[in-house]
Design a binder for this molecule. Structure first.
Ligand SMILES: [Zn+2]
Length: 380
């Protein structure tokens, strides 16, 4: 039932929570999301099962209660969305029945998501062969177009149910001809033919169980099309047959790792040469020390290599200041300066932190005045 007429029997003061004498809107339950659609032209944003009655939550209120014409309303279900839910839900009955019949795996939960559907099997491991067999069996049953029917039977008399129901009174039983009988209040298709195709997309181990992700019907076709487009794009970019794509990606990753490693080595080598070159170009002060004060974007491996290459030469002191406030000092042994002590003393006196050896120190000072103090101490 995609559209229906009904009487409003009650509603909240806001007019946005409406109760009808009859409804085709499915409320959230049993792992299946509620239907969407319109009621009296207003968007239905939620449908809730309150036990005795079903609440329709509307985006905008329905008008005056007193107006007779507005007590009778038309409901329209968002059918493509509902049909998708019917396919996934019936697919779940089928897949759960197959896992139980083939391997004795019991389904402990079902989730119908926006993009994927999942069942959780009470078994820690499911092999790829078992998945393939279940998928093949499901599609065989789908092709044989078995009727899916609804029966109402007394809970005490209902026979051969997949899982005993805890409910009393009349049970609603969904039967996939020759395959499954389960008590269920959800929405289902009329024939297994409507589920074509059913695809298991993957498995994941969770809480000692196995979560099986599957899709069926239109959702499966759309997802396969989406995946195929991505694959076709990769094939085009790589100019390789599809079977060679995984190997290609693997080799690209290896080559990238090698190239990155080589780039790092070369960058360090370049930094060391730059440090030596800066030393060669620096004039010695009156005290015979060559000093390098350099503003860098950050103190990284390259900056350190540059400063150390400078201070590897005789009578040399290098001070690197980074944009983020961190700094580095490198001193040659014959420079008369102790990098670590120098930084520690300034940090203690003017604020900041840091330290290191006589040859190399790193840290951060509190402000420009502290940096000026350090520069003075190092003879800049
Ligand atoms: Zn069901």
């Amino acid at each position: 039932l995609r559209t229906f007429d009904a009487e409003i029997v009650d509603k909240t003061c806001s007019g946005q929570r409406v109760y009808l004498d009859r409804t085709a809107f499915y409320p959230t339950s049993g792992g299946q999301p509620n239907d969407l659609g319109t009621l009296a032209g207003r968007s239905v944003v939620d449908v809730e099962d309150e036990g005795e009655r079903i609440a329709h939550v509307l985006a905008e209120p329905v008008g005056e209660t007193k107006t007779l014409s507005l007590t009778r309303v038309r409901g329209e279900i968002d059918w493509p969305r509902r049909y998708d839910h019917m396919q996934q839900h019936t697919g779940q009955h089928l897949l759960s029945a197959i896992f139980a019949d083939l391997f004795g795996f019991e389904t402990v939960s079902f989730h119908l998501g926006k993009e994927v559907s999942t069942i959780e099997l009470a078994i820690p491991d499911v092999t790829a062969e078992q998945i393939a067999r279940a998928e093949d069996t499901a599609n065989e049953i789908i092709r044989s177009a078995r009727p899916v029917s609804i029966h109402f039977e007394d809970a005490g008399l209902a026979k051969s149910l997949r899982k005993a129901s805890a409910r009393q009174g009349t049970l609603r039983i969904i039967e996939i001809d020759g395959t499954d009988r389960s008590a269920c209040g959800g929405t289902h298709v009329r024939s297994t033919a409507e589920l074509a195709p059913l695809q298991v997309r993957g498995t994941e181990r969770i809480r000692g169980n196995t979560r099986v992700e599957f899709l069926c019907g239109i959702r499966a076709v759309e997802r396969a099309r989406f995946d195929y487009r991505i694959l076709a794009d990769l094939v085009r970019q790589a100019s390789l047959p599809v079977s060679e794509i995984p190997g290609h990606v693997g080799s690209l990753r290896e080559r990238l790792a090698e190239a990155e490693k080589r780039a790092r080595t070369l960058a360090l080598e370049l930094a060391r040469r730059e440090g030596a070159q800066l030393y060669a170009g620096a004039a010695a002060s009156n005290d015979g020390i060559r000093r390098l004060r350099l503003q860098v974007s950050r103190i990284d491996e390259e900056a350190r290599a540059r400063a150390q290459a400078f201070a590897a030469q005789p009578k040399a002191v290098a001070l690197l200041l980074a944009e983020d406030g961190s700094l580095l000092i490198a001193c040659s042994p014959d420079s008369g300066a102790h990098a670590g002590n120098c930084l520690k003393e300034v940090a203690a006196a003017a604020g900041g932190k840091g330290g290191g050896s006589a040859a190399l120190a790193q840290g951060r000072l509190a402000n420009q005045a502290a940096i000026a103090m350090l520069s003075g101490k190092l003879g800049f």
